[in-house]
Design a protein around this ligand. Sequence first.
Ligand code: 76G
Ligand code: MG
Length: 214
Amino acid sequence: NYYRDVNRLLHAVQKNATKGDPRSVVKAIDNFCRQKEWAMNVGDEKGCILDSVVSEVNPVTVLELGTYCGYSTVRIASLLPPRAKIITLEFNPDYAKIARQVIAWAGLEDKIQVVEGPSGEWIPKMKEQFGVKTFDLVFLDHWKDRYLPDTKLLEDCGLLRKGTILLADNVICPGTPDYLEYVRNSPRYKSQYFKSHLEYTKAEDGLEKSVFLG
Ligand SMILES: O=C(NCCCCc1cc2ccncc2s1)c1cc(-c2ccc(F)cc2)cc(O)c1O
Ligand SMILES: [Mg+2]
């Protein structure tokens, strides 16, 4: 079943990656997913685009929606300045358990807070529970039909500021048509598409980077 698969991914990390070395954790996951079992990590091709956006934004407060095994969480955290933090939401407790161990192997626990539960419930509690004012970067990689409602929720909860960057995975495959239409046509966003491929495949996919204009 799917849980055994993610367990094998964790064992591949513990076998092939150097403890405390985030880049070797990323490499081990990519090698495992390319050679053994496909998994829905953002992957190395889109991961490079993610890296360049994170390096450009240099965020202090990051929200990730959809932790899965923690691959993108580790990629982002390994590029953050010292005091920066990521809050990452995961709905599935099995995935969250694996992600915590992958993050620990990378030695990035101090920068990352894995929170279990649905985004719709947690987003309204961000300020009171985690003392968040606004996010500098949001990485959307959870249920594709939650991208739009959760973006509106982030707006309504005052969690976006002028210049906050939203980076969305899978805008082509599986696709997030309603979200794309919104960020590309709303006067409150400036959007840009980064064409790429679905992780570990030749299928088209891409990331959409949207700046909140306030
Ligand atoms: O579903 C995907 N990702 C979300 C998993 C849902 C996890 C959630 C986290 C969370 C946190 C808070 N609230 C609610 C939720 S729900 C996903 C799927 C594919 C894919 C592409 C082609 C295929 F043939 C088959 C799968 C590729 C990807 O890169 C993905 O990200
Ligand atoms: Mg994805």
